[in-house]
Write a protein that binds this ligand. Structure first.
Ligand SMILES: NC(=O)c1ccc[n+]([C@@H]2O[C@H](COP(=O)([O-])OP(=O)(O)OC[C@H]3O[C@@H](n4cnc5c(N)ncnc54)[C@H](OP(=O)(O)O)[C@@H]3O)[C@@H](O)[C@H]2O)c1
Length: 238
């Protein structure tokens, strides 16, 4: 799909991959709805992105997700692409995993994106098509100690995405998944960490660190090529 003049929702647009992606999409002529919890940051970003629109929403709260989609639709009158990018990491061994933190991670990384999908699907069906891109993680394809909950939340998101793609084929709605690996953003600082967690070996299965712009271009690739699964690097392909 060519993104020019398309209405695109980017969640987690205030930082990292979402910010880089919002800028690239806007440069290519898309109308970008910038979503996160940080009003001031989003307002500042929006000043430089033509035809962008700010919506403050906590993507882990079902009612706020639904309201966000309604606001975007009311503003632009259409929604062509949804990019579920907002997410949070969680570093904890299985033994030390706190169920309340597991719930927080799944609420944002898995349930929020699902609710956003449920909200845009009827709109896209009426429009005759659309695209949904869900940002998973390379960890969803691996078994990295202390990342079980995070990687499982992203594995679930991948399963939901590819199943939705099968369900929505006849409505011309494509649902794809992107698997970034370690990316130079605020992800690690923003992650939840249980006490005494040792992060020294966390990169041992992932050799390189990518820029947010590199990953944003991979996401753009999935939009333009219509590929269902996009991997940050070829070695990740099965
Ligand atoms: N960086 C990596 O190494 C890496 C690797 C694989 C996958 N990923 C995935 O890539 C995505 C983007 O992460 P990033 O690396 O760009 O991290 P980041 O710099 O920490 O950005 C996270 C974004 O999500 C937003 N966000 C966090 N909690 C939110 C909530 N409850 N509601 C709405 N927005 C929320 C943040 O905005 P506010 O704080 O303003 O709400 C921010 O814009 C995530 O899904 C992450 O799991 C990252």
């Amino acid at each position: 799909m060519d993104v020019k003049d398309k209405v695109v929702i980017v969640t987690g647009a205030s930082s990292g991959i979402g910010l880089a992606l919002s800028k690239i999409l806007s440069e290519k002529g898309a109308k970008v709805a910038l979503v996160s919890r940080s009003q001031e940051k989003l307002n500042n970003i929006s000043k430089n992105l033509k035809d962008s629109f700010v919506v403050v929403a906590d993507m882990s709260k079902e009612d706020e997700v639904r309201l966000m989609v309604n606001k975007v639709f009311d503003h632009y009158g259409s929604i062509d692409i949804l990019i579920n990018n907002a997410g949070i990491g969680y570093y904890a061994s299985i033994e030390d995993t706190k169920i309340e933190n597991l719930r927080k991670v799944f609420d944002l990384n898995t349930i929020g994106p699902l609710v956003a999908m449920q909200s845009v699907i009827p709109i896209m069906k009426k429009q005759g098509g659309g695209m949904i891109i869900n940002i998973s993680s390379g960890t969803a394809l691996m078994y990295i100690p202390n990342m079980s909950v995070y990687s499982s939340s992203k594995r679930a998101l991948g399963g939901i995405s590819l199943t939705a793609n099968e369900e929505l084929k006849n409505h011309n709605i494509k649902v794809s998944v992107v698997y970034p690996t370690i990316t130079d953003t605020n992800f690690l600082q923003n992650s939840i960490k249980e006490q005494n967690i040792n992060l020294s070996n966390r990169n041992s299965q992932i050799p390189e660190i990518d820029s947010a712009e590199y990953v944003a271009n991979k996401v753009l690739e999935s939009i333009t090529n219509g590929e269902l699964e996009v991997f940050a690097h070829d070695y990740m392909k099965k």
